[in-house]
Design a protein around this ligand. Sequence first.
Ligand SMILES: NS(=O)(=O)c1ccc(NCc2ccco2)c([N+](=O)[O-])c1
Ligand SMILES: [Zn+2]
Length: 258
Amino acid sequence: MAPWGYEKDNGPAHWHKDCPIANGKNQSPIDLINGEVKYDSGLKPLTAKYVPFSDAKFLNNGHSVQFQPSAGNGSELTGGPLAVKYNFEQFHFHWGNNDTEGSEHRVDGKMYPAELHFVHWNSTNPSFKDAVGSGGPNGLAVLGFFLKVGAENAALKPITDLIPKVKDAGTSVTVPSNFDMQAILPATLTDYYTYDGSLTTPPLAECVKWIVFKQPLEVSAAQMEAFRSVINRDGKPMGGNYRPPCPLHDRAVKTSFK
Ligand SMILES: NS(=O)(=O)c1ccc(NCc2ccco2)c([N+](=O)[O-])c1
Ligand SMILES: [Zn+2]
């Protein structure tokens, strides 16, 4: 089979052939249906402490564009539904070719134009890869932020300004060391959905505590157009790099808000 992608011949409907877990009972993304979620007053606020990276790359890996430090630097996530500290690994995006599609998670069936994932791994493991393979839904914690078109996002501008430099698959660029990742996050990480799920691309491991924020971030139309200029490994626009929603089966979606 051609390497996995999002086209007709290698897209989500094909992934189960190499990754049978694709048909598992804890797959992501899902449709977050407000009538079926349950408020959990025990959910604490989340705390993300991000330290500026001196050596991070922004890269086009053929199916997303990704901010990837070369090593950890003490950036971490704690609180919320998490029992231990999680180390920051990378962030990346999923988007569509128009404003009616692009996010992976949906809210009452609605898609946003894009979704930003901040990936963290359980610090009780020796490495990110061990955390992915650690079994159970506590290996990774991924923060999901919906993006909608509105005002320019000044915190993401240093990243969206780099997109033309990683237009082609396999290209990368060094991110200026004064890039302030913390500024991307809302001041308080409240009002989120959380559930046990999986990576949304192969290997689709069911190792993720998903934390999806109710409040979308805004990006300008120009910033959205920058994403839509990115090319995948087949030389086509990368837009559409989102997996459709998976069955919830007997999972509960909890909310930190009423
Ligand atoms: N869209 S996501 O946040 O669920 C996601 C999906 C895949 C991977 N990685 C693919 C992988 C893991 C191990 C070997 O290869 C990551 N990640 O790496 O953070 C995140
Ligand atoms: Zn993702």
